[in-house]
Design a protein. Structure first.
Lengths: 319, 327
């Protein structure tokens, strides 16, 4: 498959009173055609800076970026017609109606105004399209932002936190919309904090931390690369769990005791667990692999898991 | 072309634009109606009576001063030569008439009033057109569609200046028509030669330049500061700066502190010149004949300054638009 978006060695440095901050530190990313690609990272990791740089809003210090095979920002004016984007929170002039907002954008971008009612219908805003944007809820503004990005019928759709402010029904609608768009051949780059959504929607992901790529590939690949060999072991009620754990530890297993079960961390061959216990007349009632989900992988790779008694850093100042 | 069309629509759709234009119209209407109501047409009989009254007052005044002077001489006074004998021109007959609007002598001030009101409105609309777009995020949104910063800002500015020119010319035509009507019904159009109209036309063009530079300044300052309030703050700051410079120059006893005051330069621009006088340059008195030193501000110098302000403000706005990140 062809790459719709390629970034390599992207670097952006900010100098402030607090020192030098590398918002992007040699970041790489590749998004292939027709995919829904998740872009993950903790707050301050460089997601929005990457998207803004890609869209010509921020000037990078170094690196190379290509959209639809053309180098940007040099050729951005030429490819902008084929890229729909929303960056961070939806931002519109509050006193204009949704219809006016979109028709002005259509005029500015040379898009026919007949597209306006079509995209308003698509995002479910048709009935309120003649109301001022400042009367909209955050979720409605989010829908309007998506509508503005879709107005151009882009080949690449870049959405930064599109589910922000949406209720569960809205999130589900957004998920369906993403799938439909992808099915129609559009490539979608989706930045989100809702990891469950990413796992459900996306074909591939890139994870960024401290301005660098820490993982990339298909969702399955990323999960498998970071899945553990741990298994959860449950015994018959009344069986000596401590004794069973001791048997396994003596055989070299890493055992973590929980309330009603234990986890064997290095169970490369789960059959060995049953064999060792059966030899001592202890029978296993449940033996299940401990599967990693995207959230586990994300927290592990980005080091952003909360730790009791410690505040969580949100950016890379001074690094 | 599509960008120009979009920006034209955006400008006229903005509520702030509509409100300010309505406000300017209301203010201009108040001025015109006030002039209309406070003046009246003077009949030939009233003119004759006024001339007669002026003549009588002149004669009485001459007689009174002459008697006083004679008395002084009789009493052997030493400063009897200082008595001023009134002249006929000291008794203008128009002072004895009810107020009447003379188009030839008074419309020049009305052009300046018009330009001042329009310039204030232009500054605010310009500042809001750029500033509100930045602060609401609409500018960033637009740049996602047209990632050509200079073209986007340049189109906005050109659209705004063209619109402002059209608005000013339209209102100027209405303004001129209104005062022509006022002069015909509540005053006089005597002496309105083609030369006078040409002179008003040139004053009007200079007024248009003030309106355009004011609008451009509002637009560019708001664009540099990326907020409407930044333009207003900068304007207040510049005002305070020039007053400060004037005060310091006065305290330091510099010869012409008035050169630091922009309103004097604008006056010179509108009325062709403005003269600053340094009364401390010699022992000035009405009778000594000493002429104070003068500094004449000319419309040419003022024009160069206006052009300089416009070029610098536009240059800085374009430079910041090109260089600064949009975060």
């Amino acid at each position: 498959m062809t790459a719709v978006l390629e970034i390599s060695g992207l670097r952006k440095t900010y100098r402030g009173r607090k020192g030098v901050r590398n918002a992007l530190d040699g970041f790489d990313m590749e998004v292939t055609s027709g995919q829904v690609h998740g872009f993950l990272g903790p707050n301050g990791s460089g997601k929005t800076t990457t998207l803004r740089t890609l869209l010509g809003l921020i000037r990078p210090n170094a690196g190379r970026m290509m959209i639809l095979g053309r180098e940007v920002p040099r050729h951005l004016p030429a490819v902008a017609r084929e890229v729909g984007a929303i960056v961070e929170s939806p931002q519109f002039f509050g006193n204009f109606t949704a219809r006016d907002t979109l028709s002005l954008l259509a005029d500015a971008g040379g898009v026919k105004r007949v597209r306006v009612p079509a995209v308003l219908e698509l995002v479910g805003l048709r009935d309120r399209s003649r109301e001022r944007v400042k009367t909209y809820s955050l979720g409605m503004k989010q829908r309007l932002a998506v509508a503005s990005a879709l107005l151009k019928e882009p080949k690449l759709l870049i959405l930064d936190e599109p589910a922000n402010g949406l209720d569960p029904g809205g999130i589900r609608e957004m998920r369906t919309l993403m799938r439909d768009l992808s099915a129609s051949g559009m490539t979608v780059l989706l930045s989100s904090h809702i990891l469950g959504e990413i796992q459900l929607i996306c074909d591939s992901v890139t994870i960024i931390a401290a301005g660098r790529r820490v993982a990339a590939g298909s969702v399955t690949e990323v999960l498998s690369q970071h899945s553990s060999t741990a298994v959860k072991v449950r015994l018959e009620p009344g069986v000596d769990m401590l004794g069973a754990a001791e048997i396994l530890r003596n055989a070299g297993a890493q055992v973590t005791l929980e309330a009603d079960h234990f986890v064997v961390g290095n169970a490369g061959n789960p059959a060995q667990v049953t064999k060792l216990l059966a030899e001592k007349q202890i029978y296993v009632s449940e033996l299940t692999p401990v599967a990693a989900d995207l959230e586990d992988v994300f927290l592990t790779l980005t080091g952003s898991a909360p730790v009791d008694g410690r505040s969580r850093p949100v950016d890379g100042w001074g690094k | 072309m599509s960008l120009v069309r979009a920006e034209s629509r955006r400008l006229v759709k903005r509520r702030f634009t509509k409100l300010l234009v309505a406000g300017a119209l209301a203010l201009l209407a108040v001025v015109a109606v006030s002039i209309f109501l406070s003046n009246e047409k003077v009949t030939p009989a009233q003119v004759t009576a006024a001339r007669a009254q002026a003549g009588r007052d002149y004669q009485e005044s001459v007689a009174s001063v002459t008697a006083e002077k004679q008395k002084c001489v009789t009493e052997g006074g030493t400063d009897c030569d200082t008595y001023y004998i009134p002249q006929p021109e000291d008794f203008d007959y128009t002072w004895y008439m009810p107020p009447t609007f003379d188009l030839r002598s008074q419309f020049g001030n009305m052009i300046t009033t018009f330009a001042a009101i329009l310039a204030a409105v232009a500054f605010l609309i310009g500042a809001s057109f750029a500033g509100a777009e930045w602060s609401s995020g609409a500018m960033m949104n637009l740049l996602l569609w047209r990632p050509q910063r200079i073209r986007v800002l340049g189109s906005k500015l050109v659209v705004f200046l063209f619109w402002l020119t059209g608005l000013t010319l339209l209102l100027a035509a209405l303004w001129t028509g209104a005062f022509r009507l006022i002069a015909e019904t509540h005053g006089s159009t005597d002496g309105m030669t083609p030369g006078v109209w040409r002179s008003f036309g040139l004053t009007g063009l200079r007024g248009l330049a003030v309106v355009l530079v004011s609008g451009l300044l509002g637009f560019t300052l708001a664009s540099i500061g990326r907020h409407t309030a930044m333009a207003l703050g900068a304007l207040i700051g510049l005002g305070a700066l020039q007053v400060g410079a004037f005060v310091v120059a006065t305290v330091a006893e510099l010869q012409f502190p008035g050169v630091y005051m922009a309103p004097y330069w604008l006056w010179a621009w509108m009325y062709q010149d403005f003269t600053l006088k340094d009364y401390a340059s010699c022992d000035y008195s009405a009778s000594s004949g000493c002429e104070p030193a003068q500094f004449v501000m000319t419309w040419q110098t003022s024009g160069l300054m206006l052009a300089g302000v416009a070029v610098v403000a536009t240059g800085v706005a374009m430079w910041t638009m090109r260089r600064r990140d949009i975060t």
